[in-house]
Structures are given as structure tokens and as C-alpha cells.
Design a binder for this molecule. Sequence first.
Ligand SMILES: *[C@@H]1O[C@H](CO)[C@@H](O)[C@H](O)[C@H]1NC(C)=O
Ligand SMILES: *[C@@H]1O[C@H](CO)[C@@H](O)[C@H](O)[C@H]1NC(C)=O
Ligand SMILES: *[C@@H]1O[C@H](CO)[C@@H](O)[C@H](O)[C@H]1NC(C)=O
Length: 530
Amino acid sequence: MQKKILLFSFICLSSLISLAVGDKSCVPRMYNHSSVVCVCNSTYCDEISQLNALNRGQYVLYSSSMLGMRFEKHGGLFNKKQYTHKKKNTFWDWFKFNIRGLGDSTLRIHRDKTFQTIEGFGGAFTDATGINILSLSKQAQKRVIDSYFSKNGLEYNMGRVPIGGCDFSTHPYAYNMQPEHDVYLSNFSLTMEDFNYKIPLIREAMNVATNSIHLLGAAWSPPIWMKSNNRIGGPSSLIHKYYQTWADYHLKFLQEYKKNDVNFWAISTGNEPTTGLVPVNTFNSLGWIPSRQAKWLVNNLGPTIRNSEFSDVLILALDDQRFNLPWWLNIMAESNATKYFDGIAVHWYWDDLTPISVIENTKQLFPGKFIISTEACVGDKPWQKEKVELGSWSRAEKYIKDILENLNHWHTGWVDWNLALDKRGGPNWFDNFVDSPVIVMPENDEFLKQPMFYAIGHFSKFIPRNSKRIFVERITGDIDNVAFLRPDGGISVVFYNPFDSDTKVSIVEDHRGYIEIEVPARSIHTLTYW
Ligand SMILES: *[C@@H]1O[C@H](CO)[C@@H](O)[C@H](O)[C@H]1NC(C)=O
Ligand SMILES: *[C@@H]1O[C@H](CO)[C@@H](O)[C@H](O)[C@H]1NC(C)=O
Ligand SMILES: *[C@@H]1O[C@H](CO)[C@@H](O)[C@H](O)[C@H]1NC(C)=O
């Protein structure tokens, strides 16, 4: 009976709107991992268009799965009957309801109970990203950028840009390396990496994006003459007499990019200050203890930026792992640094070991500061011998779980690491290879869109900037989910079935009715309706 209703609804909607308009399907290829990659080249790439402003009562569901669905679209109509929760009475009902993974889920959407406002989703314009995209033909390069930023792609609206070099560069560098001890940065200029690998691609992305791209800048290492250890990596600190010089360095970077028509939304106080304290990962870094960083922020970086033409550029604290919360900020606050940062940037690498409750504590302690995830990738752990796993669904699943968890706990955005890498997971001068949602194969003029690409896309495409997270009440079951009220009045609900068995999800909203959806094993869905 239910199946018939769904089928009927589907036919009705199909006659109202054509679901497949503008879409091009994935050209799948299987490597020896759990799912497929979608192959793109100079003449073909899969595309996904979004159906907006549906009539009341209609919905569209976009689905991707381990078995190979990639943004498959299905349309339908709400069942207008008032949803009535069927009473659980048999032992089997009780069993299904209580054992995770077997029970059907019913979720009630409350659009009037709102939480944080979304800033966006994106990835990083590293030197490696630029080198890899530029290794393809012009037409294929355009397809990579379109895949991420355009109306028929993931509609990314954020980008992170290293200030100078990082490990995903071909050699270690910073600006103004010479002359040494140049307090006034008399020789500060952008490098060929900025002009070739970063600026052109950022501008290309800005041209095709559906919304303005909010850029985040972060510095990895100063020129070595500013550092206590006189090296690009390893345990270090900033030499005190260069505190103002290091703040001016950030200002000069913003000025030089502005000359090239690239403006920043925010800068952070520096990438991973704790990495620069320990003798592991000795690539580009600068170590800080929070009390010293607070002094630099209060006396140097904060006033330098606030009193400049870039007074609107936001400043993000931490830009490091979740396990540094909230103690890092508590120390910053004791040093009166709170007024100089606007948000808190968090990296995902040890999220498995740090309970999400630290984010809740942080939000309570700093209610006026937004929280945003600024770096994530898989294949980073030394025991992960295969850095790039072409077609891995479990890696997509890591993205899905982390994004769901973070969005459900105050995060206003989620920014991935390298937008594109090669099949080794580089280039990286420190051989710190990792995975990426897009892997380039220049020998065939192809690029491969991995399951991770679609994982982040299920959020980025359907949760535009200024969407507000809304409350989802679990009536039965416990499928992971998150829901948003969009600025265009639409609702986007994302949910994920991590189990090897199919399940059923009902979405209920008072005054609209309910929808019943058959959800295959290991699949992610975004439901949109108005
Ligand atoms: C690109 O891919 C499409 C779809 O697989 C294929 O038909 C076409 O021949 C490819 N083009 C080139 C230039 O290889
Ligand atoms: C200024 O920097 C360039 C590299 O960008 C370097 O070749 C040159 O020697 C530097 N000038 C001085 C005076 O150190
Ligand atoms: C922070 O500000 C308070 C009040 O102005 C002052 O008493 C205190 O010394 C300041 N702390 C630091 C570390 O500067």
C-alpha cells in the first residue's frame, strides 16, 4: 500500500517537473576499494542541478550510496494525512525499536526552533591543488573548478589559502626570506606560486560560484630568521623582537592579494600552533603557547588588522585540533584576547579521540564566537599505508559522520583540505601524502571524483550560506541527521544510513504531512522541500 502511494506521488510529480533536467550521470570506474569513482575528462563530467522553489507539498530527494548512486534524484509529494505514530506492541517491534540499525526512523522537523547560521563549505587552494589542476588540459581544468563551485557542481562558497608555503608545496618557503632580520619587510612580494597556482584558480572559482566565496588565510611558518630555531619546521617560537613584523607580514599579504582582486573574509592566528611545539611532523610550522599567542594577538595582530583598511577581515583563533578546546581559549581569555577574535577554527584529525562535548563547553564559555571546521582529510595517519584509496566508501563515511556531528554541535561550516591531489596524494615536499575528493590523472587528461566528493556535496550544495540549523525530533529510530531552514524558505534534511541493511525513514512536518523513504544500506540522502 505504501509503495503504491509513493509510486503514484512520483508519477504525479514527474508530470509537473522534469527531474533529470541538466543532469549528467556519473561515469563509474571501480578500483579495488568498496565503491566507484566518477571519471571526468575534457569533454565529459557528471553534473547535478538542484530543483529549487518547489510547490508546497512536493519534495525532491538526492541520494548517493556505496553501491554507486551519485546524487540520484527522486521526486514525490507529501502524504497530507496527519502522521500518527503507530504504537509499538509486538516483541519484534520493541526489538527493532531498541536495537540500533534495525529500527525504522521517524523524524519530525521543527522549522521554528533554530540554532546556528551557516557560513559555508569549501576546500583549500594549496600549491598542490594548483599544480594538480594545471596538469590537466584547459577544458578539464574548467571541469574541476565547475565540479566544485558552479551551479551544476557542489556550489562550494569557501576556500582556505595558505599564507606562503605549507607542506603541500614543492619546496619549503615563506615570503621575505631575504634579506634576513628585515624588520620592515622591505622585500615582501608574492611568489610565482601565488601568481600561477593560487590566484588564477581562486578567480576562476569566483567567476563560476553561485555565491561569494569567503576566503580564509592561514600562515604555516614565518621566514626562518623570525624563528627561535632558525628552521622552517620543528619545535619553534616567534622571536620576540619580530612580533610586530609577523603581524605586518599578515597585513602585507592581504594588501598584495587585494591588488590582484582577491579579498579575504578571515585570517587565523596561524595554522596548528601545537604542531610547532612538538618534534613530529617537522614541516612548515610556528609553535605558540596560548598565553604568548594571546599577547601577540592583543598587542600586534589584532590592532594591526583592526586599524587597517582590512578592519572587516575576521580573525579566527586556534586553527588546530579539537582536543585543544576549551583550555586554549580559556588562556587566551585570561590574557584579554577575546575581543580580538571573532570565531574559533577547528581541525578534525583527532575528532575520534575527543568527545563532541568539548565543543558544547566551548560554545557555553564563548557564546559570541562562531565555530568553524577549517581542515580535514583522510590518509594522514602513519599507519594508513595507502594514502589514496580510489573509491573508498568508508572514507566518504568518515566525512559524513564528522560533518553531521559538527553541524549538530554549533559548527557554521566545514572546509576540506586540498581540492585536488595526484594519485600518490601529493605533491608534498615533506612526503606527507594524504587523500583528496578529487584525484588527477594527467597521463589520461582525466580526474576522478571520489565518494568523499559526493559526501561533502550532500551538505555544501543544499545548505547555502545563511541557512539556519533547525531542530529535528526523533520520534523513532536513531538515523543520524541534520536539518536546515534555507534563506529561500526551503528545508534541507540530510540523513545517513551507516548500516549494511536497508531501513525506512519517515520525515514528518506538521501542516505538511509526512514522507516515507526506503533507504538502502550505506547511503546518504538530502531531502529538499518548501
Ligand atoms: C571523455 O569521457 C566520455 C565519457 O566516458 C567519453 O565518451 C569520451 O570519449 C572521453 N573523451 C576523451 C577526450 O577522452
Ligand atoms: C628579495 O627577494 C628575492 C626573492 O623573492 C631575492 O631573490 C632577493 O635577493 C631579495 N633581495 C634582497 C635585497 O635580499
Ligand atoms: C586583563 O585586563 C584586566 C582588566 O583590565 C587587567 O587587570 C589584567 O591585568 C589584564 N590581564 C593581562 C594578562 O593583561
